[in-house]
Design a protein around this ligand. Structure first.
Ligand SMILES: NC(=O)c1ccc[n+]([C@@H]2O[C@H](COP(=O)([O-])OP(=O)(O)OC[C@H]3O[C@@H](n4cnc5c(N)ncnc54)[C@H](O)[C@@H]3O)[C@@H](O)[C@H]2O)c1
Length: 312
């Protein structure tokens, strides 16, 4: 119902204005980490050709392997046929260089949450694209308007913020920059619709809607640990059963990646200039230690054994 309301109203308005989505066949995905591989997975299953790239060949190979095993799991659970899986896998082309992106009509950047990294990607990428290609960023927090301004096409630039893990999570936030044109928005909306996901529109303010609300809660959970109010286990148990959250906030932080959590808090702290967003020093310490959560094997839990063990 909500899905119909969301896209229905926006589509009706666009129809009234005579603005249509561009018909996208090939999507580029830059960054093959947790998010990039999930985005490539859902796009391929939905029938898009996907060009997947990463600065690290290792990460790229690992992503292709992971997509393969995730799709096999869907087949085993009866959610995808063998034929659909084979077709989806064939649609994903890992590429070593951004040159290959010249054939993409829509490119989604999902690299590390660092403004300088993203700006450098856009400055390398844009000259290789066709004039009409659109660029989206999956940033969790950085200003879409500012990133758009660093490209040669702010009107064809948009925030398309997927949730983690992408194949399971239903929501995508759509964020227009100040210059984003209606055609770009309609195209992103059509892609989200074809992926079978729900969209929520957010204004371009630090961390948008979901992370503006979620990350301060996670940061507060880290303060609760830092101040000794509870142990890792007690905090997660309390929020899991006491607030009926599907998992505790520290476990969730490990899934998101503690570097990404810290980065979002820094953007909130600097962007809104309010001390209530001050990143917890303990979060900083974990990131400095390289304990970034599940992806590095250790965060608030140690994942290297058979079952996760709290690290404090
Ligand atoms: N983790 C989450 O829960 C989550 C949710 C929504 C959005 N995001 C956003 O998605 C983006 C990626 O996050 P992630 O969790 O996948 O991180 P990640 O650390 O798992 O993956 C980042 C990938 O980017 C690659 N990379 C770094 N520099 C690059 C470059 N110059 N060119 C190409 N690839 C490069 C890295 O090699 C790595 O594979 C970030 O902007 C993050 O804020 C993350």
């Amino acid at each position: 119902m909500q899905r119909m309301l969301n896209s229905g109203l926006a589509l009706a308005e666009a129809r009234r204005l005579g603005i249509k989505a561009v018909d996208v066949k090939r999507i580029g995905v830059i960054g093959a980490g947790q998010m990039g591989n999930g985005i490539a997975h859902v796009c391929a299953v939905a029938g898009y050709d996907v060009l997947l790239s990463d600065i690290s060949r290792e990460r790229l190979d690992a992503a292709v392997k992971l997509i393969d095993s995730n799709l096999h799991r869907l087949v085993a659970r009866g959610k995808l046929t063998e034929e659909e899986m084979t077709k989806a896998l064939k649609r994903i082309k890992p590429v070593d260089s951004l040159d290959a992106m010249k054939d993409a009509e829509f490119v989604i950047e999902a690299a590390t949450e660092d403004e300088q990294v993203k700006r450098k990607i856009f400055s390398d990428l844009c000259p290789k694209l066709s004039k009409t290609a659109m660029v989206a960023t999956n940033t969790s927090s950085i200003s879409i308007t500012r990133l758009a301004a660093s490209t040669d096409r702010p009107e064809r630039f948009i925030g398309v913020h997927f949730m983690n893990p992408v194949p399971l999570m239903q929501l995508v936030e759509l964020i227009r920059g100040i210059a984003t044109e209606e055609e770009t928005f309609q195209t992103a909306l059509e892609i989200v619709r074809r992926l079978g996901k729900l969209s929520a529109n957010s204004e371009d303010f630090p961390a948008f809607i979901v992370n503006r609300i979620l990350l301060p809660m996670i940061n507060e959970a880290v303060y609760t640990l830092y101040e000794g109010v509870g142990t890792v286990e007690a905090i997660d148990l309390a929020m899991h059963y006491g607030a009926n959250h599907p998992m505790g906030p520290l476990q969730l932080a490990d899934f998101i990646g503690l570097d990404t959590c810290l980065s979002v808090m820094q953007v909130l702290y600097e962007g809104l200039a309010d001390s209530k967003y001050r990143p917890c020093p303990l979060l900083v310490k974990y990131v400095e230690a390289g304990w970034l959560g599940k992806k590095t094997g250790r965060g608030f839990y140690d994942y290297r054994g058979e079952k996760p063990i709290p690290t404090r």
